[in-house]
Design a protein around this ligand. Structure first.
Ligand code: ZN
Length: 696
């Protein structure tokens, strides 16, 4: 390679790597696989090392000299007490041996002891606990400063907000930064992607992107709907500093304080044993319920870690990556397969998802014959054609995906794929709504849509009608007996008996199950209606608030959110609120509620909200502005738990206006009407049963 060629290539790679950093870190929408990205970044780093003069001539700035920046609009920035670095990575055992040899030279001892941890593929997070209390959660950002995502992280159910010292374990430090990874289990990843399909929006490429994207949502209520998980394994700043002295003790301390830590951390002396432990991990990880893309190898002894130090330390006063740790990444499982044809799958809301029908191929221990193609844009961008030889990738339980075309094997007769103009199920012309990536069949009577809606309604997660699975739903929709969900309750025994011989017993069983489902819990019906964004957890929150399908269907946007978009119902954010109101705005969906009532469905409303106090009985509150400690949902929950009510607008009947910073016109109105205005401290005093200062 000539000097000019090297300089050109460096420029080109810097631009490419920067572009993919942006897609990966900020938008959580990568266009290439991690493997391709790592290869590109490695090529750049090698060129910069071998052609230092050319690298300098190409400019000072290089993505290899900084950490991929995840900071996004809409979040408050927060500084890390100690820099949050990334790990050097490799796919090569020989490089792992070099990593060890360098450390042996540096520390002057052999063999060195290492820990081997599974590398969980998620989004990095730093949690700060002060006096044992969770005070802040910050993303990696640029390593020095990240986004404050505390509200979102607090929705993680497995994360304790308070640390407890275990008997005989490490004491809880005064201040500690605990680093880890936010991730999603495969099961949840697949559930959310199916929902994305139904909403007609882009699927997430992998659990990592979904976790990172979720962490950056501005609506904590939507975050709470997605079951994020967290695993903690790293130590940042700590006061007092000497809580533990090794990686192994640190893992033990983390778990001892009640935090979700790494369960099985291997320990090995010398690099050959490390490599053996990595191979064991590679064999075991197929059974993990979450994505792992490698093994992280760290020096066990903290004193040795300090001796080894960081790359970038000193020269630029910015730490880039530790010399005492390295990630060994497993190359993804990938296979080539012939794409026989592209078929369309019709979803319950009419979304048409293209599916690759493949010549069966062995991949990650299973036979793969179908893979998702996401949407029409994706097919066009990758120029995937019927008859092509494509690369298929599969990670864990994630649905296999076509990641690209082997153009060298494209035949001359391959023509660009044209997305069908008609629904394969009913022949209706397909449409594409503005702002959506998906094509849809707009016909609500489309038999496949009907079948899927009925199947969803009858599923275990909804009203749970035994005997009404996919096959039966298909029959009922196909015969035209069921066109809408209420039709399930209008099925006639004599029709069902015509389905075959000896079906009397199963028919009666099915009819009994259908009849029994009429009294299911209200949230099951709400979930079963298939309102966009509304999963089981949100359905429960809605059931508790509205107590009937009619009340929910008739609710206005103002009952969910105030004029500024703040949520008035715990667990229901603006996106969901708009989806619910939009859903019931159509006559067809209102008819569902009416139809269910007509057929005698009597949903069981949840037990009355447990009112733990009566301090606020009969009081109506209006919230305005930002309170110092409480979110609006929290304040609402406290008011309701104490027997009070929350209203969206100020009137003479309002008992108190609870005002925070930047309170708006409601505050003026309260003053005009002479309604008492209290702050958070006054509110807490009220809750405690004493009269607030300033209240009357
Ligand atoms: Zn159709």
């Amino acid at each position: 390679m000539t000097s000019a060629e090297a300089q050109d290539r460096i420029r080109q790679l810097r631009a490419e790597v920067s572009r993919h950093d942006e897609l990966y870190y900020r938008r959580a929408r990568p266009e290439i696989t991690d493997f391709e990205y790592d290869r590109m970044r490695r090529e750049l780093a090698d060129l910069e090392r071998d052609f230092p003069a050319e690298a300098l001539a190409a400019g000072e700035e290089s993505p290899t000299r900084r950490i991929g920046d995840d900071r996004a609009q809409g979040f408050v920035r927060a500084r890390h007490a100690s820099a949050m670095t990334t790990l050097e990575n490799t796919y090569d055992e020989a490089e792992m041996r070099e990593f060890d040899a360098r450390l042996v030279r540096l520390i002057g001892r052999e063999p060195l002891e290492y820990t081997i941890e599974p590398k969980i593929d998620g989004a990095s997070i730093s949690l700060i606990y002060e006096q044992g209390k969770l005070v802040r959660a910050i993303t990696r950002g640029d390593g020095e400063e990240g986004d404050d995502v505390t509200a979102n992280v607090r929705t993680i159910r497995s994360l304790p907000h308070r640390l407890h010292a275990a008997e005989g374990g490490a004491p809880v430090p005064e201040f500690v930064e605990i680093r880890g990874e936010i991730y999603l289990r495969f099961e949840e990843f697949n559930r959310i992607n199916e929902e994305q399909d139904e909403l007609g929006v882009e699927r997430y490429a992998n659990p990592r992107n979904l976790a990172a994207g979720t962490l950056k949502l501005l609506d904590a209520a939507v975050v709470a709907e997605r079951r994020l998980e967290v695993v903690l394994y790293g130590l940042g700043a700590c006061r007092p500093a000497n809580v533990v002295s090794s990686q192994v003790d640190w893992h033990r301390a983390v778990r001892g304080w009640g935090l979700p830590g790494l369960a099985a951390v291997a320990r090995a002396r010398g690099i050959e044993d490390v490599l053996a432990a990595i191979r064991v991990l590679d064999a075991e990880r197929a059974g993990f319920p979450f994505a792992t893309d490698g093994a992280v190898v760290k020096l066990n002894d903290f004193a040795q870690q300090r001796e080894a130090g960081f790359r970038g330390e000193g020269e630029r006063a910015r730490k880039l990556s530790p010399r005492w740790a390295c990630a060994y990444k497993f190359a993804p499982e990938r296979a080539e397969a012939r794409l026989l044809s592209i078929t369309l799958q019709v979803g319950r809301t009419g979304v048409l998802t293209p599916v690759a029908e493949l010549e069966p191929v062995q991949l990650a221990g299973t036979t793969v014959a179908r893979a998702t193609l996401h949407n029409a844009d994706e097919i066009a961008r990758k120029d995937i054609r019927e008859g092509d030889v494509v690369w298929v990738e599969k990670a864990g339980e994630v649905i296999p995906a076509v990641i690209g075309v082997n153009l060298a094997r494209r035949g001359p007769s391959c023509v660009p794929y044209a997305f069908p103009t008609q629904c394969p199920a009913c022949g209706t012309a397909v449409v594409r709504q503005e702002g959506e990536v998906a094509m849809r069949c707009p016909n609500p009577s489309c038999p496949v849509q009907v079948r899927r809606r009925v199947q969803h309604f009858a599923s275990k997660a909804c009203v749970d009608i035994e005997g009404l699975g996919e096959a039966m739903a298909e029959t009922l929709a196909g015969r035209g007996w069921v066109r809408t969900v209420p039709d399930v309750y209008r099925l006639r025994r004599e029709d069902l008996l015509g389905l075959g011989k000896n079906v009397e017993k199963s028919t009666d069983k099915l009819l009994a199950a259908i009849e029994a489902s009429k009294g299911s819990e209200l949230w099951r019906f709400i979930h079963g209606l298939g309102i966009p964004h509304v999963g089981a957890a949100a359905a429960k929150d809605l059931a508790a608030r509205f107590r009937s399908l009619e009340a929910l269907a008739g609710a206005s946007l103002g009952e969910f959110i105030d004029a500024k978009g703040n949520s008035l119902i715990l667990g229901i954010g603006e996106t969901m609120a708009r989806a619910i109101v939009g859903f019931f705005a159509t006559a067809e969906h209102r008819a569902l509620v009416e139809g269910l009532r007509e057929v005698g469905v009597a949903p069981m409303a949840p037990a009355e909200r447990v009112v733990t106090g009566t301090a606020l009985a009969g009081c109506t509150f209006v919230l305005t502005g930002t309170l110092p400690a409480l979110t609006r949902e929290e304040a609402t929950a406290l008011i309701e738990a104490a027997g009070g009510k929350v209203s969206g607008s100020v009137s003479k009947k309002t008992s108190y206006v609870l005002a925070g910073e930047e309170a708006g016109s409601k505050l003026d109105k309260a003053r005009t009407l002479g309604v008492p205005v209290i702050d958070e401290a006054g509110f807490r005093a009220l809750l405690a049963g004493s009269a607030p200062a300033g209240g009357s």
